[in-house]
Structure formats: C-alpha cells, structure tokens
Ligand binder design. Structure first.
Ligand SMILES: Nc1ncnc2c1ncn2[C@@H]1O[C@H](COP(=O)(O)OP(=O)(O)O)[C@@H](O)[C@H]1O
Ligand SMILES: [Mg+2]
Length: 279
C-alpha cells in the first residue's frame, strides 16, 4: 500500500512539474506574441511615414519640399532603427542572465515601443525619473514585466487618460522602485488577491490590438520578479486607479544577497496605505 501511495505521489509530482513547465511556456509565448504585435504595428507606422514623405517628395520638385521630405524620412528611418535595436537587444539577451543594467534606459526603450499604441488610445505618459544606481536584472525579462504593466494600465483606461511611470532609489533597502500608476477603473478589493493567479482575467479576450485577456501577464510578472529577489506590490482604488510598484535590487544589494548572511527579502518594511498585495 505504502509503495503504491509513494508511487502515486511521485507520479502526481511529475505531473505538477510538467504542468508548471507548460504554464511557463504559455507565459513566454503570450509575452512574445504581444511583443511581436507591438513592434510590428510600431514599425508599420514608421514605414507609412517614410512612404508618404517619399511620395510627397516625388510629387513636388522644388528643393525646399524635397529637403523637408528627406528630413522626415531620415528621422523616421532613425526611429525604425531604434525599434529594431530594442527588439534585437531583447533577442541578444535571450539566454537570460542577470547583469548590471541601466534601468532608466530600459524604461525609455520600452516606452519607445509603446509610443504609437499610447497615442492611439489617447494615453499620455508622464515620466518621473530620479537618479538611480544600476540594478542587477535580466533586462529582457524586466522589459516584459514593464510592457505588461503598461498595457494593463492602458487597458484600464478605455477612454484614454494618464499613466505615470516613476523611478527612484530606496536607500533604506538599497533597491530601486519602479512605479507604474494609472488613473483607470481600479481593482475591486475582493479581486485583488487573485490578480497574480495564472489565468485570472476580467477581460473577455484580447483587445483589438491583440493584447490581454489570457490572465497570464501578472503571473509571469510575479515569477520574473521573484526570480530577481525583488517585490511586486499593487495598490488600487476602484474608480480612481492602480499603482504597481516593483522593487529591484541594486548591484550592491544583489552582491550582498548572493552571500548567505544577507537579510531575507521578506523582512523589508511593507508599503503602508491601501489594499496591498505583496508577492
Ligand atoms: N492596471 C490595472 N487596472 C485595473 N485592473 C488591472 C490592472 N492590471 C491588472 N488588472 C486586473 O488583473 C487581471 C489580470 O491581469 P493580467 O494577468 O495581466 O491578465 P490579462 O491582462 O490578460 O487580463 C486583469 O484582467 C484585470 O482585471
Ligand atoms: Mg495583462
């Protein structure tokens, strides 16, 4: 009997392991799908600009108009190059690995990828960037987290609005805070504990940009942040808006964490006020 019981437990554990792997794969594919959709749309937009100014330059023979068109084409070409550089940057770091990273630059690149989408949905993005030290992260993964939070924030404001994105150093715990705040629908208190669950979604399916509705975004964010010894917290008021705070270790903190004497992360002081889900 006991042997059968043990065998059954081992079999179930194996199945759980397999399902976990499949879930991780689904999370990755969802994130990749959304990234492809974002960059393709963004790239297409730049191509339209190039084509339209090229047409204009061909129609008008005067030097002034042609110069203007070439300027526009040059600017659009540069923008396209920046977009591909960002995506290639993501691809290069596919092997993973956490390394000293300039988070301000990473956030700036991510915002560049969503520029068109935010304009389309009439969402203005305020940047509040304080000076911060380098963080010890996998830039590829943190960019995915950021894109997820920004898209959720945008979707919480179907009629447009504002998102603010803040970077600051928390000297007390030697971590960098990244706060994504929206002034959208908010999350009812009884739903807050569920938002990080895999497949929990309040959306009926992907929106017309092909994003959201899988309930895999925040579960992926949580897994990534946990693997960074970081924290993800949410603070939300229905009808007023939502703020997600990421706490990421600086290079010096990560070095200390690597030593066995380092203080465990869950001893960090909690963010006061409002319903807060910590992970
Ligand atoms: N900024 C936000 N404002 C309001 N609700 C949010 C926000 N971010 C997440 N949520 C809620 O959490 C749920 C899960 O989010 P997520 O895991 O990204 O899945 P999805 O976006 O596919 O629904 C969303 O369906 C939504 O109900
Ligand atoms: Mg989402």
């Amino acid at each position: 009997m006991a042997i059968n019981g043990n065998e059954e437990t081992a079999r179930l554990q194996e199945q759980i392991e397999l399902l976990k792997q499949q879930l991780a794969q689904a999370q990755k594919l969802t994130a990749l799908g959304e990234l492809v959709s974002t960059t393709t749309h963004e790239f297409n937009n730049v191509l339209m600009t190039i084509i339209n100014y090229a047409k204009m330059g061909m129609r008008h023979k005067d030097t002034a108009t042609r110069d203007k068109c070439l300027d526009k084409i040059f600017a659009a070409g540069n923008r396209a190059a920046k977009i591909t550089k960002t995506v290639l940057g993501l691809a290069r770091n596919r092997s993973g690995g956490q390394e000293p990273t300039d988070l301000t630059e990473l956030v700036t690149c991510s915002l560049l990828l969503l520029e068109r989408e935010m304009n389309k949905y009439r969402v203005a993005v305020d940047r509040i960037f304080k000076p911060i030290p380098e963080v010890h992260i996998d830039g590829n993964q943190i960019q995915q987290v950021l894109l997820n939070l920004l898209i959720n924030a945008r979707q919480a404001m179907p009629r447009g609005g504002r998102i603010s994105i803040k970077l600051q150093y928390d000297a007390e715990v030697d971590m960098v805070d990244l706060v994504v705040r929206d002034y959208g629908c908010g999350i009812p208190q009884d739903k807050l504990p569920r938002i990080f669950d895999s497949f929990y979604t309040s959306k009926s399916g992907p929106d017309e940009s092909g994003k959201g509705g899988t309930g895999l975004g925040l579960s992926m964010c949580r897994d990534i942040i946990e693997s960074h010894h970081g924290q993800i917290r949410v603070n939300s008021t229905p009808g007023k808006g939502t703020a997600f705070t990421l706490k990421l270790p600086t290079v010096t903190r990560a070095a200390k964490l690597a030593k066995p004497v380092a203080a465990p992360i869950h001893h960090l002081p909690a963010v006061p006020s409002g319903p807060t889900v910590m992970s």
